[in-house]
Design a protein around this ligand. Structure first.
Ligand code: GLU
Length: 480
């Protein structure tokens, strides 16, 4: 079977990471079956469209290397792929439906529709168009059209029939048509609504599988009616569960943190790492291996195996995966990628050696400042640090340890890790100081932190002068 999937974003703002995940699935499934992945821009809602929205969609997909086989910039057999350039097609299709008795012109004014709505609110019935224009005669319609009365075209939803469709993830779904509104298909400004445009284009573009967010599942019955009204074959539907916020509560939303596909890049997540994370959110490989590249994913991904439950967007897991991908980078690549996250006062001459040391601990590229600032900025000792410095010893003892350490380190001529390590270990052993206490104390005195990269390497990079200054600073701090 030839497989054609599509992503049909609207240019209404930054792409949500959930949409990126859906794009990934459409992309991978098409690739798996040697089919085509189509990008179509659904820009029929001019009020919600943002400036640069169409370009932004293409830019972000390119950043994640999710290239489309047909669509804007690429072209294809079913050009154009931007809905606002296809208005004549929708008009023609809407008229075809009218001719078949499956749609009708509606001349109701905003005021009348508002009255209907208010009445329904009072009567506590479901908000629905009341069918006022459903049965206007052809003559009446013609007269109104000739008088240039403003109108929309509505779907003539059949009464009390069962609408059925199969969802690849949720199984059979049955809805009574009485719950479905006589949806507007064409607006008075000549633009189609989403419902008409999506069905017409998915059909004309020969889309075989529609994988989209589950928020669209309530629209699908309307779409089924349209397919039936046109006499078109149904595609296969898969409605993909939404992501929940990292705290497990509610649909993943801006209010609770980062949601746009771009903002993850801005925070220093690598595109491949984020994609890998999205692969395993709500889907697992049969062998449960979690780290995989695109090819391995493509070889295995089947939308029928997507979990029907909403999944928590687990940032800890994402960080873990990103760390793995960071460590996979060649040093030169890492250097190049981290460049834009380096603070202005970062000592460029030490970049290689510092990166080498912190590599193991980097989870996001933007962690770099937090992980390295003690190499090049003053450190502050405070009450919290005092506890770590003392670690149950007396301040007299710790001051004495610091003084002896300063003496010992001062004698080192060649300031390299091996010599530093040797000197400090010998001192600790000779004095029979407790290893944990002593080295933690030195670590905190020299870096101001409890957790750092390996201590002796770190001291080498900090340099002799600064190390000795900091040890002296700790003595002063403890003496006060
Ligand atoms: N234009 C819709 C959106 O912005 C597409 C929904 C669909 O995939 O059918 O998400």
């Amino acid at each position: 079977m030839k497989v054609r999937t599509r992503m049909a974003p609207s240019p209404t703002g930054d792409m949500h990471v959930g949409s990126l995940a859906i794009t990934l699935k459409n992309y991978a499934f098409a690739k798996r079956h040697h089919g085509q992945f189509i990008l179509r821009i659904e820009d029929t809602d001019k009020i919600r469209e943002v400036n640069d929205g169409i370009e932004a969609i293409q830019r972000i997909l390119k950043q994640y290397s999710l290239d489309w086989d047909e669509g804007p910039g690429v072209g294809g057999k079913f050009e154009p792929y931007i809905q606002s350039q296809r208005l004549a097609i929708y008009q023609e299709k809407a008229e075809e439906l009218i001719a078949k008795g499956k749609a009708y012109h509606c001349f109701c004014s905003k005021e009348r529709l508002q009255e209907v709505k208010e009445k329904q609110q009072v009567e506590k019935t479901a908000p629905k168009y009341d069918g006022f224009c459903r049965n206007l005669s052809t003559k009446e319609v013609k007269k109104k059209l000739d008088q240039k009365q403003e109108s929309v075209i509505r779907l003539k939803v059949p009464e009390n029939t069962k609408i059925r469709f199969n969802d690849l993830i949720r199984g059979e779904i049955v809805v009574n048509s009485d719950t479905v509104n006589d949806q507007v298909l064409m607006k008075s400004d000549g633009y189609p609504t989403y419902h008409l445009a999506v069905v017409v284009d998915d059909h004309l573009m020969e889309i075989t599988h529609i994988m989209r967010g589950e928020e669209w599942i309530s629209s699908t019955p309307k779409h089924i009616l349209l397919y039936e009204a046109f006499g078109w074959e149904l595609p296969i539907f898969a409605h993909i569960p939404i992501f929940l916020n990292p705290d497990g509560k509610g649909k993943m939303s801006k209010r609770k943190g980062t949601v746009s596909a771009q903002s993850f890049l801005d925070q220093g997540y690598l595109p491949d790492a984020l994609l890998n994370f999205l692969m395993i959110l709500g889907w697992a490989r049969p062998d449960n291996v979690e780290i995989m590249n695109m090819k391995e994913y493509i070889d295995r991904f089947d939308p029928a195996d997507i979990s029907s439950k909403s999944v928590v967007f687990d940032l800890k897991k994402l960080d873990w995966i990103n760390g793995i991908y960071i460590r996979k980078l060649e040093p030169a690549k890492l250097k190049q990628k981290i460049e834009k996250f380096l603070p202005n006062d970062f000592p460029e001459d030490k970049l290689d050696s510092i990166l080498f040391l912190i590599r193991e601990r980097l989870e996001k590229l933007s962690d770099v400042e937090e992980l390295t600032s003690f190499f090049y900025r003053d450190i502050q000792l405070n009450a919290q640090r005092l506890k770590l410095l003392l670690n149950k010893s007396s301040s007299e003892k710790v001051i004495m340890q610091l003084q002896k350490t300063i003496l010992e380190l001062s004698t080192i001529n060649s300031w390299i890790t091996a010599n530093i390590e040797n000197a400090l270990r010998k001192l600790q052993e000779n004095k029979e100081w407790k290893k944990n206490q002593y080295f933690m104390m030195i670590r905190v005195a020299v870096t101001g932190k409890k957790a750092t990269p390996p201590l002796f390497e770190t001291i080498e990079i900090i340099g002799k002068k600064l190390t000795l200054d900091r040890l002296n600073q700790a003595i002063k701090f403890l003496s006060n």
